[in-house]
Write a protein that binds this ligand. Structure first.
Ligand code: 6PG
Length: 262
């Protein structure tokens, strides 16, 4: 996969710093063209330190981005209200959006408090409006952030999920057996229409699945993160050493940047 770059850093803090540099590079490139920078944020625990780094006044990243030009969306969400501690919106708001003082007009969250199918239809309507894409046209994000679970899921595309087969809708509300709950997620057609995708994956508990995802047989029903392959875009895998410890082929044959010396 020549649109894929794998970058291994010594730990989560260094991983977040490298991902922040890539974020700034992409945001500046987009702003340089006078466009609004449309980015989908990921949830879970791993992105917290990146968000905090981008908003940190004593770090260089905050001053390097024209935040007024950035529009924020989410790759997925839990079916909870925005003030719930499980809310991906709440996490990003606390670590990134509020500290940066991002205008609410530039923040486009899933309404996790609504009934799942209604929330998915609502978000599809919002995306189509903002991206000005109707019918079969698929919105093109400048950047989509993703994580990966130890089961190989990404966004809320879990193993054997019906959302993996979604070809028309841009937002889905799959029922996740594992949690006996619905989730809200961007679908593969949208993720694979993005100009850039950044995965952040850390921790030894993900090493086995990461090797399957990056080096194993193609089986996205079992390893949903494998479905991410933007047709005219790039994928950046920012990994820490612990998550990358089982990678073999990638180190040898791919756009692989060993541990960056800082
Ligand atoms: C979510 C996420 C999900 C996440 C992975 C990894 O809502 O949970 O968006 O896809 O990225 O579960 O989560 P951690 O970073 O917490 O390991």
């Amino acid at each position: 996969m020549n649109n894929r770059e794998v970058i291994v850093l010594s730990n989560l803090e260094e991983l977040s710093r490298a991902a922040a540099e890539k974020f700034v590079e992409l945001a500046q490139a987009s702003a340089g063209g006078g466009y609004s920078f449309k980015v989908a944020l990921s949830g879970g625990a791993t992105p917290k330190s990146l968000y905090a780094l981008l908003a940190n006044e004593s770090e260089p990243f905050r001053r390097a981005v024209d935040w007024g030009k950035a529009n924020f969306f989410w790759s997925d969400e839990r079916c909870v209200p925005p003030d719930d501690e499980a809310s991906n919106y709440r996490m990003a708001n606390e670590f990134l959006l509020k500290p940066l003082g991002i205008s609410p007009a530039n923040v486009h969250r899933f309404k996790g408090e609504l009934e799942a199918q209604e929330a998915a239809a609502d978000y599809e309507r919002i995306l189509r409006l903002i991206f000005n894409t109707h019918d079969s046209l698929v919105p093109r994000f400048d950047l989509i952030f993703l994580g990966m679970g130890a089961d190989g899921h990404t966004a809320s595309l879990f193993p054997d999920s019906e959302a993996l087969d979604e070809a028309d809708k841009i937002v889905a509300a799959p029922f996740v057996e594992k949690f006996l709950k619905f989730r809200l997620t961007l679908t593969p057609p949208v993720i694979n229409r993005a100009a850039n995708v950044i995965f952040q994956v850390a921790g030894t508990d993900k090493a086995d699945v990461l090797r399957e995802v990056l080096e194993g047989e193609y089986n996205p029903r079992k390893f949903p993160a494998q479905i991410v392959n933007p047709k005219s875009g790039k994928v950046f895998w920012f990994l820490d050493e612990a998550a990358a410890e089982k990678l073999i082929l990638t180190r040898k044959y791919e756009n692989f940047t060993g541990r960056l010396r800082r």
